[in-house]
Structure formats: structure tokens, C-alpha cells
Design a protein around this ligand. Structure first.
Ligand code: PLP
Length: 453
């Protein structure tokens, strides 16, 4: 590409042209998309070639937990690249050992061994494999309102509509309803009722599927893509108890919510629950270099102490990615970013978003914690009918498209999913930028209000 000399407009055209000709994008009808050409990014902002700056309330895909271009992490990656870019996964090497130690020190309970992957779906894929080999059982139970990744087992575990085009109906997955009080599948009116009824439903599912055929129950600790679904008190402890009673492995998927997103290192700390396997990715390196993994309990690690684990990856524990993880974790620790995420949620985002809900009838519910929130947008404030139907596209989705356009026009990059906006800025966003983002949302929500019945 030689357009630099002709200025930013020519560079943008060249970038877009090559993208349109040669890049095949995720989840998209290729001719129906028009990706923004991004010229750079720093902190909580990115910008295009025309000088438009966007305050990123999506943290890319909910992974830039320390913001873009943190100088300490960028420098650590460069330093590692100068020293040793790569070495095969079978060797012991400093950045991998240190990343594993730092992660194991932060995961709860006896989750002390780390199997590294390149991303979240591979973490889920390997957690399921470990559970199946450990128990000798085939089935895995997963929630309808969930997303676990796009590889074969992960997308079949996924409950949301992205599974539909991939569902092989042969993956050994059984779906069940998790708790979600705002749209309760159990007609509950309190958190206590929702928790008890959701547990009863899961117990019935286990009994009627045959407990001895079930290897694992997998849950997102806080449902991410399905809408920032914060479990009611007692639910995760109840699932832990059911798994223990039936010898089932409990897998928590913390790919989106790990590493400070909810105001703790791992979201399961909020409820004092320790799974047998914990999947992570995204925030572990703030996405600077792809990395994921599974933190493994002592009992499951023991299964593979003298018996080979039947899985592996060329880039398991890639040296550059592990150096990025070490620098990210140390930076989060030094700068108190996990605590900042908790404070931002409690003092700024929570109160600010609830104030917006008071002013805008289209906001049916505000929920979240830390730097992880969702606004449920409704068409009818009385019934809570969603602003757009489930899995809407095209004209059916027009109100959400218009709302998203209003956010971008105001300079805010939103994360829109179904009838919701998810508010997930970097965990270290400044108070000033939170206020700015809330003011832009305030304006954009008038567009959603206008689409109500
Ligand atoms: C909870 C959860 N699990 C797994 C994944 C898949 O991760 P990846 O896209 O890195 O494979 C995601 C991605 O958003 C996720 O949110």
C-alpha cells in the first residue's frame, strides 16, 4: 500500500478497498457490511481517518480492559519480541511460567494449573474435553441464554441464535433455562423465587437426562452476550451443590467477565463459588495479543498426572501472548484497575444509568456491576415488550439501528445486542469519560423513546 504520501483520505480508501476485496468478516453477509476504517486508538478512544473520535463503550469486543495502547504493556510486548518471539509449547519458558503463576494466584480455590489456548472458544472446547475424559460421561448441559464461542463444541453449547446456523444436534449438549428475573422463564417475582425455581428446573433436567450421562454443566458466571445476566444470590452456589451431588464437573466461562470486568479479578468471587474448570481469554492480555486458557482444579489435574491429556495446540502458551498477560496483570495490579472497575460501577455507571432510566421510558431495566452493564430497551413500558423482536434483522431491527446511529453521531461507539445496549467501557475509564458517555446516551435514548408504542 503506497497511499500514505497522498494523505489520510487516500490511506483510508486503500484500507477499505483491500478490506472489501480480500477480508472475509465474522458473522456477516459480506456485501451488506461497510466496516469503519480505524486509524488509531488510545485509552478509551479510537478514531478514523477523517478525525472522528469515538469513546469506546464496547471495549472492542469487551476485552480492552486496560484501554488501548497502554504503554507498559506495549513496551513489554516489544521487549519480549526483541528477546524471544516464540518457542514450542513443550518447553518451559519464563513468560509462560510467570503468566501461569500470576493467573493461578488470582483464580479462586485450587484452580492452580493453567492450560493455555489462543482464545475463548478453544478454552471452552478444552474444558469440555477435560470434563468428558475426567468423568467418562458424554453430555454437557448449557444455558439457552449463553454464548461460548464459535468452534464446534463451543457453538453447540451456545444458546443464542448464533447457534442456529451451526447446530449439528450431535454435540451431546442439552440446553436449560438459567435465571433471568426481568424476563423470568419461571414466572418469579423475586430474586429468591427465581433462584429456587431455576435450580429446581436444572435439577429436574439433570434427573431426567440421567445424572450418570452428564460430564459437565457450563455457565457464564455473568451472562455476557445474552445481556449482562447477573445471577440471583444463591444460584451459583446451588449449581455447585447439584454438580457435587451428581459427580458433574462445574465449568464457569469467564472469557468475558474475567480480569476485572465485574470489579473482581474473576466474577465468581462475588458469590464465593469455585468451579472445577474456569475458562478465560479476552482481558487476560486486554486483547493485545490473543490468549485464552483453562484454570484446572487439583482433582481434574490429577486425572492427567499419569495419563496423557488428549489435546494440544501449536501455540499453547505463546511466548509473546504470555508476556502480554504478565504485563497486563502486573499493570492492573499496580494501577488498581480491578478496584477502579468496582468503584466506577458503584459510584458512576450504576447511578448514572439508573438516572437515564428515570428519564427515558424506553429503558425497561438497568443491570450490571463493575464496568459491565446492560440497558434493556422496550417498546412498551407496561408489558416490557422488547424494542425489537428476538433475533431481529433488517426493517424489524430499525429502532435499534437508529439508536446505534445516534450514539455514533454523538461520538460514542456502542455495543448493541438484540434489544439492548451493553455498556462495557475499559475498566480504567476516567470519571470524565463516563460522564461524557452518559450524556451521549441520554441524547440517543430519545431516539429509542420515539419508537415506543
Ligand atoms: C463468554 C464467552 N465465551 C467464549 C467466547 C469466545 O471467545 P473467542 O471469540 O475468543 O473464541 C466469548 C466471546 O465473546 C464469550 O463472551
Amino acid at each position: 500500500m503506497n497511499a500514505a504520501a497522498d494523505g489520510p483520505a487516500a490511506v483510508k480508501d486503500a484500507v477499505k478497498d483491500a478490506d472489501r476485496k480480500h477480508v472475509f468478516h465474522s458473522w456477516s453477509a459480506q456485501e451488506l457490511i461497510d466496516p469503519l476504517a480505524v486509524a488509531g486508538a488510545e485509552g478509551s478512544y479510537f478514531w478514523d481517518y477523517e478525525g472522528n473520535r469515538f469513546l469506546d463503550f464496547s471495549s472492542a469486543l469487551v476485552y480492552t480492559n486496560i484501554g488501548y495502547q497502554h504503554p507498559k504493556v506495549a513496551a513489554a510486548i516489544a521487549e519480549q519480541a526483541g528477546k524471544l518471539c516464540t518457542v514450542a509449547p513443550g518447553f518451559a519458558v519464563d513468560s509462560r511460567s510467570e503468566a501461569a503463576r500470576l493467573i493461578a494466584e488470582r483464580t479462586p480455590g485450587d484452580l492452580d494449573k493453567i492450560f493455555f489456548t489462543n482464545a475463548g472458544a478453544e478454552a471452552v472446547e478444552n474444558a469440555v474435553r477435560m470434563a468428558r475424559v475426567h468423568t467418562g460421561r458424554p453430555k454437557v448441559l448449557a444455558a439457552y441464554r449463553s454464548y461460548h464461542g464459535a468452534t464446534s463444541a463451543a457453538i453447540n453449547l451456545t444458546g443464542d441464535a448464533r447457534r442456529f446456523g451451526n447446530d449439528s444436534a450431535t454435540a451431546g449438549v442439552v440446553h436449560f433455562w438459567g435465571p433471568f428475573r426481568y424476563r423470568s422463564p419461571f414466572h418469579a417475582t423475586t430474586d429468591a423465587e427465581e433462584s429456587a425455581r431455576a435450580l429446581r428446573h436444572l435439577e429436574d433436567t439433570i434427573v431426567f437426562e440421567g445424572p450418570r450421562s452428564i460430564a459437565a454443566v457450563i455457565l457464564e458466571t455473568v451472562g455476557g452476550a445474552p445481556g449482562v445476566l447477573v445471577p440471583p444470590p444463591g444460584y451459583l452456589a446451588g449449581v455447585r451443590e447439584l454438580c457435587d451431588r451428581h459427580g458433574i464437573v462445574f465449568i464457569l466461562d469467564e472469557v468475558m467477565v474475567g480480569f476485572g470486568r465485574t470489579g473482581k479479578w474473576f466474577a465468581c468471587e462475588h458469590w464465593d463459588v469455585t468451579p472445577d474448570l474456569l475458562c478465560f481469554a479476552k482481558g487476560v492480555t486486554s486483547g493485545y495479543v490473543p490468549l485464552g486458557g483453562v484454570a484446572i482444579s487439583a482433582a481434574i489435574a490429577e486425572t492427567f498426572a499419569r495419563r496423557p491429556y488428549p489435546g494440544g495446540l501449536t501455540y499453547s502458551g505463546h511466548v509473546l501472548a504470555c508476556a502480554a498477560a504478565v504485563a497486563t496483570i502486573n499493570t492492573m495490579e499496580e494501577e488498581g484497575i480491578v478496584e477502579q472497575s468496582a468503584r466506577t460501577g458503584a459510584e458512576l455507571l450504576g447511578p448514572g444509568l439508573r438516572a437515564l432510566a428515570e428519564r427515558h421510558p424506553s429503558v425497561g431495566e438497568v443491570r450490571g456491576l463493575g464496568t459491565f452493564w446492560a440497558l434493556e430497551l422496550v417498546r412498551d413500558a407496561e408489558t416490557g415488550e422488547p424494542l425489537v423482536p428476538y433475533n431481529a434483522s433488517g426493517a424489524d431491527n430499525a429502532p435499534m439501528t437508529a439508536f446505534g446511529a445516534a450514539c455514533k453521531k454523538g461520538g460514542l461507539w456502542p455495543l448493541i445486542a438484540g434489544n439492548r445496549i451493553h455498556v462495557a467501557p475499559p475498566c480504567n475509564i476516567s470519571g470524565q469519560d463516563v460522564a461524557k458517555g452518559l450524556a451521549i446516551l441520554d441524547e440517543a435514548l430519545s431516539v429509542a423513546d420515539a419508537h415506543m408504542v
